[in-house]
Design a protein around this ligand. Structure first.
Ligand code: AMP
Length: 469
């Protein structure tokens, strides 16, 4: 079957005079026609043509402006909130995630890309980066730095999940982590950062927040939860029947309608919090109130990973709170994780945001990212000698920080002018045989179509002057 795609129609090649032979003076030249949209039938691909692996995606040129604007905002927030960037490898010892995220978690149990390498090492593609932050903090002696240590990362994560809308096997996250201090103001500031990220792009979010206390208080709660759910076992979905023995807190995450109804009467973790966790939570909420950050207390939010303590939160798109695969990000405190690796208590808190989902939401809310590159000057040429001279000129203008564009593989002037118009440049430089022999170049104002002859050796200076006004 032929594949249809929309593409730009090729401009007809129209030559009025032999290439390179045309003379120019100060004239009002006709404006080039804008290229037209057309449907192009692509040839059918052979059956054995290479295909993407399921759950993996290419990020095509049209989408790059969204990615760039996200990266730039992450960098800016990192600078302004005092975080330094850290780049972590995509491969780690499997045991890092087993110990940190938990043997019984969905991530470790079902979703890791793991293998044994030629040296019998058990390795995994990273499914998340908080465990790596803990490892890196210890490996690089960050304990000896002034605390807290503030780090941010951005990069690909890998989870062997069933691919569907909003769920890929390779996806990207950025995350902010504060390691080494337990103050609740840090939890609040991280939530503010996550909230502000979306606000910047006009994406309305709903912050869901809860406290899951310390492992001790959670243990008591878990017993009450299991006792309650045992009385409802017959009505639970198959997954939840398993969760009852394996990972009872995850019972609260189930999206099944019947299980949701059962959850309504389940005991709530807030009623089992120790005093310290309770006070910590109240403080976090007070700081959020102070800044007018809206949040929803969600007594059933537990997040599925072993390392969380006290504050946990999720960022959902406003208005679609109940939809699966809609969470834009999440995080929380992990006061015991680094201690588990080092024997020394090191409190920490962080969050991660999924970039694919963030961008999908930005598109849904019609956020328009700025163009990645807006050239100001197009260099057009006619004839081989002019092409060579212009190749050099192009490099000189670039070095002079003038934003240039060109299409040196094209010989036809009309074609080049239409590309220049499409790029929206202010000026096009045109060199043909006549200009070459006279040591001049034509400067065409793309707005009005006026053309002037300028001495070739003055063109960079002239452009600089005109581009600053
Ligand atoms: P988590 O720590 O699992 O809550 O992940 C944090 C964020 O990463 C989620 O809220 C999503 O935005 C994103 N995310 C997690 N898993 C996937 C996935 N398989 N595909 C796309 N995005 C994901």
């Amino acid at each position: 079957m032929a594949r249809k795609e929309t593409a730009k129609k090729k401009q007809p090649i129209v030559r009025t005079k032999p290439a390179g032979a045309r003379a120019f003076s100060i004239t009002k030249a006709p404006a080039p026609l804008p290229p037209q949209e057309a449907t192009v039938i692509l040839p059918k691909l052979p059956k054995n043509a290479p295909q993407l692996v399921r759950g993996f995606k290419d990020i095509l040129s049209d989408d790059q402006k969204y990615w760039e604007v996200v990266r730039a905002e992450v960098r800016r927030m990192g600078d302004e909130y005092g975080f330094s960037r850290i780049d972590l490898p995509t491969v780690e010892d499997t045991s890092l995630f087993v110990r940190a995220v938990g043997k019984e978690s969905d991530i470790v149990e079902k979703e890791m890309f793991s293998w044994v390498d030629r040296g019998d090492e058990k390795l995994s593609l990273r499914p998340e980066a908080t465990a790596q932050i803990a490892r890196a903090y210890l490996n690089h002696g960050m304990l000896a730095l002034p605390q807290p240590v503030r780090l941010y990362y951005i990069g690909p994560m890998f989870r062997y999940e069933r691919p569907q809308a909003g769920r890929h096997r390779q996806f990207h996250q950025f995350g902010f982590e504060v390691v080494g201090e337990a103050h609740p103001v840090l939890d609040a500031q991280l939530i503010i950062i996550a909230y502000n990220f979306f606000k910047k792009f006009g994406v309305e979010t709903s912050i869901q927040i809860n406290s899951i206390g310390t492992p001790e208080s959670r243990k008591v709660y878990r017993t009450h939860l299991v006792n309650y759910y045992k009385t409802q076992k017959a009505d639970l979905c198959d997954d939840c029947k398993q969760r009852l023995t394996k990972n009872p807190l995850r019972l609260l995450d189930c999206k099944n309608e019947k299980c949701q109804a059962i959850k309504e009467d389940a005991p709530q973790i807030v009623d089992f919090l120790d005093d310290e966790s309770k006070n910590h939570f109240v403080k976090v909420l007070e700081y959020l109130d102070e800044l007018g950050i809206p949040y929803n207390l969600n007594p059933y939010l537990v997040r599925g990973l072993d390392y969380y303590t006290k504050t946990v939160f999720e960022i959902l798109p406003a208005g679609v709170e109940q939809k699966a695969q809609s969470a834009l990000g999440g995080g929380g405190r992990y006061d015991n994780l680094i201690g588990m690796f080092s024997g020394r208590p090191v409190p920490a808190v962080g969050f991660a945001i999924g970039i694919e989902r963030a961008i999908a939401r930005m598109k849904e809310t019609n956020y328009q990212p700025p163009a990645l590159y807006t050239p100001e000057v197009f260099v057009a040429q006619l004839g081989d000698a002019a092409k060579r001279k212009c190749l050099k000129l192009f490099e000189e203008l670039r070095a002079d920080n003038i934003r240039v564009a060109s299409s040196f593989s094209k010989d036809d002037l009309k074609n080049q002018l239409s590309i220049a118009a499409k790029l929206g440049v202010r000026y096009t430089l045109i060199m043909g045989q006549k200009e070459l022999s006279e040591g001049t170049i034509l400067l065409r104002d793309m707005d009005g179509g006026m053309q002037e002859t300028i001495a070739f050796n003055k063109i960079a200076k002239e452009l600089k002057k005109r581009l600053t006004v």
